[in-house]
Design a protein around this ligand. Structure first.
Ligand code: SAM
Length: 212
């Protein structure tokens, strides 16, 4: 992603602490209190500019969504989207996913979305891929049993790698699509990247992986 530094972003997001949670470590184990209900919690790792998480929030008001994005300048756009949407079931964390276990208690989450994550194609960067077994272990810890990881990507190499990674971790891979927009999948919410790639006619790969 081409990053435009916005020096004012930190100050701007600090004005919306009910949307961009400033102290997520203190919310660990208490997210139901933060949302003010006991609805299931789904997270998106690497949320980018928030089109997906906001769209899902609008479409499924009985689910609580948390988008995690490490770059403040990018997260600012996501925050503006959430403000505009007036969705109270969408929160954002300006944090790195490597710290996931600090933010969520065991079994607090029901689903993880990974959309158009950086592929890190070099072998020596494998550990940075958000579908690497180290991350799967973290997702499993914070998820209820039977929790699901939903992946979308334009990158065939990352898709193949992820399916292998899910399978060797012992997860069940299901609902695989090699061309999402030509499939009969209903209720798809496009991300920024998805919009860009699909406009160029590129296939979008999608699958779900379930912890057993
Ligand atoms: N999901 C969005 C979409 O589909 O349009 C954005 C995709 S973009 C390629 C990947 C995003 O993930 C970037 O904004 C990047 O900063 C974020 N990201 C990558 N690794 C991350 C990490 N470890 N923690 C938090 N955010 C991360």
């Amino acid at each position: 992603m081409r990053l435009r530094n916005k020096p004012w972003a930190k100050e701007a997001i600090a004005k919306y602490p009910h949307i961009v949670i400033p102290n997520p470590k203190e919310c660990r184990g208490k997210w139901n209190e933060v949302f003010g209900n006991k609805n299931p919690i789904h997270i998106e790792v690497g949320t980018g500019k928030g089109r997906f998480v906001t769209g899902m929030g609008k479409q499924h008001q009985d689910i609580n969504y948390i988008g995690i994005e490490k770059y403040t300048s990018v997260l600012l756009t996501a925050m503006e989207r959430v403000v505009e949407s007036e969705c109270t079931n969408v929160k954002l964390l300006n944090e790195d996913v490597v710290e996931l276990l600090e933010f969520f208690d065991e079994g607090e989450i029901e689903r993880v979305y990974i959309n158009f994550t950086d592929p890190w194609p070099k072998n020596r960067h494998e550990k940075r891929r958000l579908t690497y077994k180290g991350f799967l272990c973290q997702y499993e810890t914070v998820m209820k049993s039977g929790g699901e990881v939903h992946l979308k990507t334009d990158n065939q190499g990352l898709f193949e790698y992820s399916i292998e990674s899910f399978s060797s971790y012992g997860m069940k891979v299901q609902n695989v699509s090699l061309h999402l927009h030509k499939s009969n999948f209903e209720g798809n919410v496009m991300t920024e990247y998805e919009q860009k790639f699909s406009e160029k006619g590129m296939p979008i790969y999608r699958c779900e992986a379930v912890f057993r």
